[in-house]
Design a protein around this ligand. Structure first.
Ligand code: LUZ
Ligand code: MOS
Length: 769
């Protein structure tokens, strides 16, 4: 089935926040953010700004009618700064004006006097000073302390990954419209309508039932709108509540880049021990998470780093510790993978370090240590593993031996260009790690003309979840998809939703739709049994017709629906689904947190221009565990997008903050994301079809986040290409591998002293060509 949004997308008719027609009298907001990363506000001068044409009002923390707090996990984030500012861009005042331009012009007229305090941007510095947001956590399996004695080889090192800007095409924003008796209707570009509703209720002082958050779709979220849509919605709602006027704020790109948090940078230490057969016997890791200035979702992200610290490998002895470090950067937040990729990069770095030192291909170590069904993860859950199935199929299907020999002969004859390859196996746990979030609801109405309206807690953000929801309803009701409309996500129709996140949205909401539709079908079958005077067990609905046994009757869907209505049988259902079996004990750090895992293996091939340090991705070839895919077209799109986003994080996207905590990569001129020219020249995706009863909808498997981690392979493929040119290069594990870093590594002389083996030839040849 095609994505139900494709027609309006192509015609430019899909409605996003900024396309909603504005109500007369709408005021436009703009946030004034702190110009410094850390300090105490001495004096805030609004007089010049208030005198600007079109400016109606400027709100500060003194105007907050409820609690000046939007922190979800830890209450450490004011809606508007009071005296203490913790990061550059932290909202201090909210300007309301008659036009967008007037609001933004007034920002420039605000002056603020701030006594500076020391700025910390490095998580290791924060940890050394004891600036931790929550207690550190340690996952343990076996006993690493004694296991080192059994190791033939031990390596240690440091591995760092940087942040990543979400760069959803639609920026953050909200539009609040006051209703009678203090109600507020809110349009918000959010993955979490309930999170917005809660933040608005808390900061405005209104009960949640006064606040209707309504979301049609987002132009991308990627985790950036799981929690961080709350701020803008709460500001607009507060202003609407205070001024009794509609208030809208859609951030421009630079505001969005500067004021919102990103993927967490991590700095990590690792130690890995192997026996003579290259079995990993022991692994230790210490993760320093750069949380930014407030908790936001950082404690949960940190937890997922620990859950994924051994990626898809079975390691019998593990000790992994993570620190949630408070720094003076904008609070970092959810980003596709949610800390998992950061954890997985570190063990891949450890394996690469061992492989390089031992002179073996990293793939040999990887293959030797893939987990098997029954193997225990450090958190106690047992694997139901597809790791070998994916790896083995990738290796044979894509003929890794041929790729290897072609790469080797290319590298022998070419001096200026070198190819590199890497395999990247992935294992990703599906479920919110916070067990109570694994629930969802759906509301299904069948109207008397036979058309159907479906509401769920799922937010469509381009991932195609609404299409999948239509598929579920159509399949269970056994009617044409054209009869079904997926309605907007509204907190008035579906309450207490989890955000659309953790790759689990279709699983959870799809199950709820399935239950609701099944209940309606059963009531309709009872009606048919009554009308046809037969036993209900013989009745089924197939392709819009009522069957008795194998016999089609002359009762069609519409006739049956009308009959049910006439008999006063309910044509509506509200259903609830909660993932069974999952649990976790955070005191013991053991449990069964995931409904299941998704597996896959990617082969990544790159070519480096060794004169310039530039590179191209020749191919990413994947075998991915889809379960029984509900929609191969949508799922393929998720894999392709995930790969490109992961490759971007690992190769070119470099978030740069200076020592003063100011974002330097604050526009697309300085922050480079993959464009059509830098995507892999070939992306091959093979569907490993597994048929496990995995608790997902229709035995499909979640597909949103897992493919991002294939991008990690690009980093290691580039490393291998560099080492083909300059085998003595010492390359720190410090992603992203930008062209600048590639060039420095190609000509790294730190070991041999004066020359790099291929340098002179490369320069001569390169200049000639
Ligand atoms: N969000 C969340 C997530 O709140 N909990 C999670 O476990 C999670 N995992 C992935 C992405 N978002
Ligand atoms: Mo997400 S990182 O699934 O919001």
């Amino acid at each position: 089935m095609k994505n139900i949004d494709s027609r309006t997308h192509v015609r430019g008719e899909s409605i996003y926040l900024d396309d909603i027609p504005e109500v007369r009298g709408t005021l436009f907001g703009a946030a004034f953010g702190s110009p410094v990363a850390h300090g105490i506000i001495r004096h805030l001068d609004l007089t010049a700004a208030e005198a600007m044409p079109g400016v109606v009002r400027i709100l500060t923390y003194k105007d907050v009618t409820g609690e000046n707090q939007i922190g979800g996990i830890v209450p450490d984030e004011p809606l508007l700064a009071e005296h203490h500012v913790h990061y550059c861009g932290m909202p201090i005042a909210f300007i309301l004006a008659e036009t967008d331009d007037a609001a933004r012009a007034a920002i420039k007229k605000i002056t603020v006097n701030i006594d500076p305090l020391p700025v910390i941007t490095d998580p290791r510095d924060a940890q050394a000073l004891g600036h931790l947001i929550v207690r550190p956590r340690t996952f343990r399996l076996g006993d690493t302390a004694t296991a080192w004695e059994q190791c033939a080889y031990i390596f240690d090192g440091v591995a760092d990954t940087k942040g990543q800007e979400h760069l959803y095409i639609e920026t953050q924003g909200a539009y609040a419209i006051p209703q009678e008796n203090d109600g507020i209707k809110l349009y918000s570009s959010t993955q979490g309508p309930t999170a917005v509703q809660r933040a608005v209720a808390r900061s405005s002082g209104l009960p949640m039932h006064q606040i209707d958050v309504d979301v049609t779709r987002l132009g991308g979220g990627f985790g950036g709108k799981e929690d961080q849509a709350n701020m803008w919605a709460a500001l607009c709602a507060l202003a609407a509540h205070v001024l009794k006027k509609p208030v809208k704020y859609a951030l421009n790109r630079m505001e969005d880049m500067a004021m919102t948090g990103k993927r967490h940078p991590y700095s990590s230490d690792f130690k890995i021990g192997l026996d003579e057969n290259l079995k990993i016997i022991a692994y230790e890791a210490t993760f320093y998470q750069n949380a930014g200035a407030a908790a936001d979702l950082s404690p949960a992200v940190m937890e997922r780093t620990l859950f994924h610290c051994t990626n898809t490998y079975f390691v019998p002895n593990v000790t992994a510790t993570a620190y949630c470090c408070r720094t003076n950067l904008p609070p970092n937040t959810a980003f596709r993978g949610f800390g998992g990729p950061q954890g997985m990069f570190v063990i891949e770095a450890a394996i690469a370090k061992a492989a390089e030192a031992l002179g073996v291909d990293a793939a040999v170590i990887q293959a030797e240590n893939l987990n098997k069904t029954g193997d225990e993860f450090p958190y106690g859950q047992k694997a139901e593993s597809e790791a070998h199935a994916c790896w083995d199929k990738a290796v044979t299907l894509y003929e890794i031996d041929t790729i290897r020999s072609k790469t080797a002969s290319f590298n022998t004859v070419n001096l200026v260009y070198k190819k590199g390859i890497a395999l990247m196996p992935v294992c990703f746990g599906i479920s919110f790690t916070n067990t109570r979030m694994n629930q969802a609801r759906a509301l299904v109405h069948v109207y008397t003309d036979g058309s159907v309206g479906v509401s769920t807690g799922a937010v469509e953000m381009g991932q195609g979840v609404n299409t999948k929801m239509v598929q579920v309803a159509a399949q269970v009701l056994s009617i044409q998809t054209e009869r079904i409309k997926l309605l907007s996500t509204s907190t008035y129709r579906i309450a207490n939703t989890s955000p659309s996140a953790a790759s689990a949205t279709a699983d959870l909401n799809g199950r709820a739709v399935q239950i609701a539709c099944t209940d309606i079908v059963n009531r309709l079958r009872a009606v048919a049994a009554d009308e046809l005077q037969v036993d209900i067990d013989g009745i089924s609905l197939k392709d819009e017709w009522v069957y008795v046994g194998d016999q089609q009757t002359d009762w069609d869907w519409k006739r049956l629906v009308m009959a049910a209505f006439a008999k006063r049988v309910s044509l509506s259902e509200h259903a609830h689904y909660a993932t069974p079996e999952i649990h976790y004990d955070a005191a013991k750090e053991k449990g069964h947190p995931f409904a299941y895992h998704v597996y896959g293996t990617a082969i990544v091939e790159v070519t480096v221009d060794c004169l310039r340090g530039t590179y191209e991705l020749d191919a990413v070839k994947v075998v991915h565990d889809f379960g029984a895919s509900m929609n191969p077209l949508i799922d393929r799109g998720q894999i392709e997008g995930g790969i490109v986003q992961g490759v971007g994080w690992m190769t070119m996207e470099e978030v740069v903050f200076d020592k003063a905590g100011r974002l330097r990569s604050n526009a697309l001129s300085t922050y480079k994301v993959p464009d059509i020219y830098s995507v892999p020249k070939e992306i091959a995706i093979d569907f490993l079809q597994t048929q496990q009863d995995n608790l997902a909808i229709f035995r499909s498997k979640a597909v949103g986040e897992p493919p991002l981690m294939y991008g990690i392979g690009a980093y290691f493929a580039l490393r291998n290409a560099i080492l083909a040119f300059n085998p003595a290069a010492i390359i720190p594990f410090d992603a992203p591998m930008t062209p600048e870093k590639v060039l420095l590594a190609l000509y790294d002389r730190s070991v041999k002293g004066d020359t790099v083996p291929n340098e002179q030839t490369a320069i001569t040849l390169g200049v000639k060509s």
